[in-house]
Design a protein. Structure first.
Lengths: 400, 386
């Protein structure tokens, strides 16, 4: 027994005591685990970031105005990676006083965007936000909604904590909890904030769950508060601007017709080995003359559609100046794209019912399709982006 | 929450151990299994992510085994095996239906399905034709015992039942200390060593790099990572099991010093090696022995059985090329070694090393085996860019 005490219980007791001291004594904790570099410089002229995971110091600037001009936020997925002169974060930012910041890459679907916006719901009122909807989100596997790994790329503990600590958004928070719980088990080593949200869902399942999870959620919340305290010490960003600035209308005349004609001609010229208007290299490497079909998912099991509806509801409730762009898919490549038309129509009607502006490029008829609008099978060409630029400029009155 | 996925799991296990230890003083020894089943159900129902799936699998396998072996009395066990493996096969084959556009895995798959399937097959194969079905409580405990729920070891029903029957008696300070040591060893393996390898060794070079030094680094680091991660799990399961009164079989004993493939599978994932030997290799070898065309070729029979056994092991992980190829490689190593061992036996001398010093032979064998295993596991990882 004596041996047991000295070999097992005493070291365990010391280990636990040490752990408690390190965790709860913020100054010790801060000293031990504080990141070494104290200066985090943020490029205030940034136009586009792929995600927040590698750019966590931009989280603080998300949905905020600049110090002297308004920012329009463009959220979307893979199409944002097509970096041309016409892409809005280049074209608008270069030519207008009001800037445009884009966030997203492949997989940043409705629930990921919903969560990013919910985390910053206090910045949503009147915020000019443009969301690009890709039809690809609503078909086959991707209709299952944002994947766990992609969700985490865009929604750090910082964002999730602001959802946890916000009691004014009960319905939206509940949806967030439900959705996170649906993929929680796919997350390896979940963060405390994720655990709290998951445990909250579990807590509501039964009385037994309540008994089991109550102590866990309390422990997680306590540890999370310690962590938040530390983080707030380490992440202090100056010159934050929380009030929205008016959008300035520049005296700027754009000859859209000539831009459209020129860019469309250029796109068509790059597609000489096929008559589907897909640029040569892509056609040679990936398409090789083959066609494909879209796998339609019924509305009842289409998680992405449910996420989209919640996203629209959130934007409506928070009175954002939101607008949507619905991308097309190449009707020559996707033989049955017309089968997707009812779903696209339902997206359009949901948007218009909530009085948001929408630019829909959707057309499943290959004979009337605006050739040259896409560069491949689902990504916009410069011609397509100029159309988007025009829509944004007109919707937000950027030009007099 | 999955077993071993977060510190809350260990708190739950500490509570379970305390309940069992205290119950020893209030309950008769034959109530141990009932207490254990209550705790296992509690874990499945409240903590485990897909409780209905797991409980349905237990019910399905129990009644299917009863129908197959006691009512229809199938003589050829292969049909019974296929029926019992149905849930796992549906997941592994990724079958899709028109009415459901997503992967069927999304609804059918759940953590621990593979290991549970192995245990189910083990029970079915061990059950003699006229033997009575196991009592449902013991069967439920066997499949749902929390520490081994997720990642094994692959226990046998008979062994588990013996251990369960003396559950309360096994709870004493001596076993507690053995369990505690094993748990600490597992924690150190999994959360310290494997974590350090993952963070600082495995990530040294890109997995896409084809430079020979980078490939070697990625290959060896993966072998060490896999061992410490997997052995860590097994030691933690063994430790918690011991403290709860159940003897969980040892699954790893220093595979790095294995001298040949046979020795390796006696040291690395022992329970899987034993399972494959007893339920696949031996019946397959017997089947091949009955084939007239192979009667004159005993070595070929053995080697075919070995290669097919390891191919099955590869397929168990999934029907991807890397798993199948690594399984084939392990089979090939075993077949080559088997031929070599038989030739040595026939000629009464070592046909490769001759009269070389046995100590040097051992060192060379360890070196060769270590590298062969590293290559096969590197392919298994799916991270090999070649």
């Amino acid at each position: 027994m004596k041996k047991c005490f000295f070999i097992y219980f005493l070291p365990l007791f010391f280990a636990i005591t040490l752990l408690v001291i390190i965790v709860f004594k913020t100054n010790i904790n801060s000293f031990l685990f504080q990141p070494r570099s104290a200066n985090y410089s943020i490029d205030s002229t940034y136009h586009y970031i792929e995600n927040f995971q590698g750019n966590q110091y931009y989280e603080e600037q998300f949905l905020l105005s600049n110090s002297n001009s308004e920012n329009i936020f463009l959220l979307g997925s893979s199409e944002l990676g097509v970096n041309t002169e016409a892409t809005p974060y280049n074209f608008i930012t270069k030519n207008f006083k009001t800037k445009l910041r884009a966030v997203g890459h492949a997989g940043n679907q409705c629930f990921s965007i919903y969560s990013q916006l919910l985390a910053n719901e206090n910045r949503l009122n009147n915020a000019p936000i443009v969301i690009i909807l890709s039809p690809g989100w609503f078909i086959s596997e991707t209709a299952n909604g944002t994947t766990a790994s992609l969700f985490l790329e865009f929604n750090s503990s910082r964002f999730l904590n602001s959802i946890i600590n916000n009691d004014s958004i009960a319905n939206f928070k509940q949806y967030e909890i439900e959705r996170i719980s649906s993929f929680y088990d796919k997350i390896i080593n979940p963060d405390l904030s994720l655990k709290i949200l998951y445990f909250e869902k579990k807590l509501s399942e039964s009385f037994l769950h309540k008994i089991v999870y109550f102590p866990f959620i309390k422990t997680c919340k306590t540890l999370n508060n310690v962590k938040l305290k530390l983080q707030s010490n380490n992440l202090k960003i100056k010159n934050k601007r929380h009030d929205r600035l008016p959008i300035i209308s520049d005296s700027f005349i754009i000859n859209w017709d000539s831009l459209f004609t020129y860019s469309k001609q250029k796109q068509i010229e790059s597609c000489t080995n096929n008559n589907w208007f897909i640029y040569n290299e892509y056609f040679n490497n990936y398409i090789k003359g083959r066609t494909s079909t879209v796998s339609i998912v019924k509305d009842e099991i289409n998680q992405e559609l449910k996420d989209f509806k919640m996203l629209v509801k959130l934007l409506k409730t928070k009175k954002t100046k939101a607008s949507f762009i619905i991308l097309p898919i190449n009707p020559c490549y996707y033989r049955n794209s017309n089968e997707l038309t009812p779903l696209i129509k339902s997206l359009e009607s949901e948007i218009s019912l909530n009085n948001f502006s929408c630019l829909s490029f959707w057309n499943s008829d290959s004979t009337t399709f605006d050739n040259g609008i896409l560069t491949d099978i689902m990504h916009l060409s410069s011609y397509g982006w100029y159309k988007v630029d025009k829509f944004i400029i007109e919707t937000y009155n950027l030009a007099k | 929450m999955l077993p071993f996925s977060s510190f809350e799991f260990f708190i739950i296990m500490a509570i379970f151990i305390t309940i069992i230890a205290l119950s020893k003083y209030f309950l008769k020894s034959n109530y141990y299994k009932h207490l254990l089943v209550a705790l296992n159900i509690l874990f499945l129902a409240v903590i485990f992510p897909k409780p209905y799936h797991f409980i349905s699998l237990i019910l399905f396998s129990y009644f299917a085994t009863y129908i197959i072996s006691d009512i229809f009395k199938f003589k050829n066990k292969i049909w019974g095996i296929l029926i019992l493996l149905l849930p796992m096969l549906l997941v592994k084959f990724d079958i899709r239906f028109d009415f459901y556009p997503f992967k069927l895995n999304n609804i059918l798959s759940f953590a621990g399905l593979s290991y549970a399937s192995f245990r189910i097959i083990g029970y079915y194969m061990d059950k003699a034709p006229n033997e009575k079905m196991a009592d449902f409580v013991s069967y439920f405990n066997f499949l749902s015992f929390t520490p081994t729920l997720l990642i094994g070891p692959i226990d046998r029903f008979g062994r588990f039942k013996t251990s369960q029957d003396i559950g309360f008696l096994s709870i004493n300070s001596e076993n507690f200390i053995i369990g505690w040591n094993s748990l600490v060893k597992g924690i150190a393996f999994k959360y310290i060593i494997a974590e350090l390898i993952d963070r600082y060794w495995m990530s040294l070079y890109s997995i896409e790099s084809k430079e020979i030094l980078h490939l070697a680094n990625n290959m060896y680091s993966y072998y060490f990572y896999l061992f410490f991660d997997f052995a860590g799990y097994s030691f933690m399961a063994l430790g918690i099991g011991k403290m709860m009164g159940i003897n969980v079989p040892i699954n790893f004993t220093n595979p790095f010093v294995a001298v040949n493939p046979q020795d390796f599978w006696r040291r690395f994932h022992i329970s899987l090696g034993d399972w494959l030997k007893d339920y696949f290799f031996t019946p397959l070898y017997m089947f091949l022995t009955r084939k007239k065309s192979l009667k004159k070729y005993p070595i070929t029979r053995q080697n075919i059985a070995l290669i097919l056994t390891f191919l099955l092991m590869g397929c168990w992980n999934g029907f991807q090329f890397n798993y199948i190829l690594s399984g084939f490689l392990f089979g090939l190593f075993s077949a080559v070694h088997n031929t070599y061992a038989i030739m040595c036996k026939k000629k009464g001398k070592d046909v490769f090393f001759g009269k070389m010093n046995p100590k040097i032979v051992k060192i060379i064998s360890i070196f060769i085996m270590f590298n062969l295993v590293s290559i096969a596991l590197y392919i298994f990882s799916g991270k090999c860019p070649l």
